[in-house]
Ligand binder design. Sequence first.
Ligand code: CO
Ligand code: CO
Length: 328
Amino acid sequence: MGPADLQAVLAGLKGMSLPAGYSGFKDAEDVGVVPLDAENDLLFTADFFTPIVDDPYAFGAIAAANALGDIYAKGGTPLASLNLAAFPAEIGPEVMSEILRGGAEKAAEGGAPVVGGHTIKDREIKFGLAVIGKVRKGEFLSLGGAQAGDDLVLTKPVGTGILATGLKRGLLDQPLIDTITALMTQLNGDASRIACDHGATAATDVTGYGLLGHLGNMVRASGIETTVYFSKVPVLEGALNLARAGHVPGGGKANLQYAEAFTTFVDNIDESERLILADPQTSGGLLLAVPASQTGCLLAKLEEAGYSAAAIGTVGAASAEGLIVVRR
Ligand code: CO
Ligand code: CO
């Protein structure tokens, strides 16, 4: 659901509090945190959605990579997963098996083997995982640590929401389908470890609220301002053309409307370009704030590990224009 709608729903829970040491949705964090022992916290998260590619195995793998993403975004290590599945009665057991197999293999690759789950009948296929992980206290990558002078680094290109819309409308050729499938099944685990090694001060993953929505959460939690340079943001081939032709998911428009309350666009960034920055991502990359002295080494290590990462902006440039300024 969209960010504004979700805020309205959660407002109904504002009287509820958590025991000491716990944290969760009130901080707009990616995961729930549960104290475990003197050194470690447990991390809890869940994610599921309807198919975004036709291949059932690939869909399962994408859903799993996406679910593990919230553990990685916090510097955590996934430990185990549960399937969350809804299947229509009329689809065959082969399709269901392939979805579960894709999910189980990807979860195992990420170190969080599937140990169980729950399946219901539903009109539309839905699949995802609940994931448990752990993080050493003090190594948790919060949203709120970004410092003036840091660089913003994004570890995957954006545009999968628009391309998935194009795919549903039969507008993508097979090589492009293969490209986005590979991107969405790529785990953020190595990126997370590299980010921790380079002193990342804040992190989140870019998912349903798009780059601007998730950056907005980081900016608010950190109490800083940022500048994003559109020309530096890695964008998937074909996404801008599809956006210009109107093939944009409904969620992207809602995201943009939400983000415009805290974002100032200068240098004639047009509507389609704005929609790229608000595009809802599935299994998107990590968005990191890192000390500028670390950026070069961080980017080199990310490239070595197979990520198409880029430094896309700077933190804390004093600006009267708003929390996020987007320049060309
Ligand atoms: Co997240
Ligand atoms: Co999530």
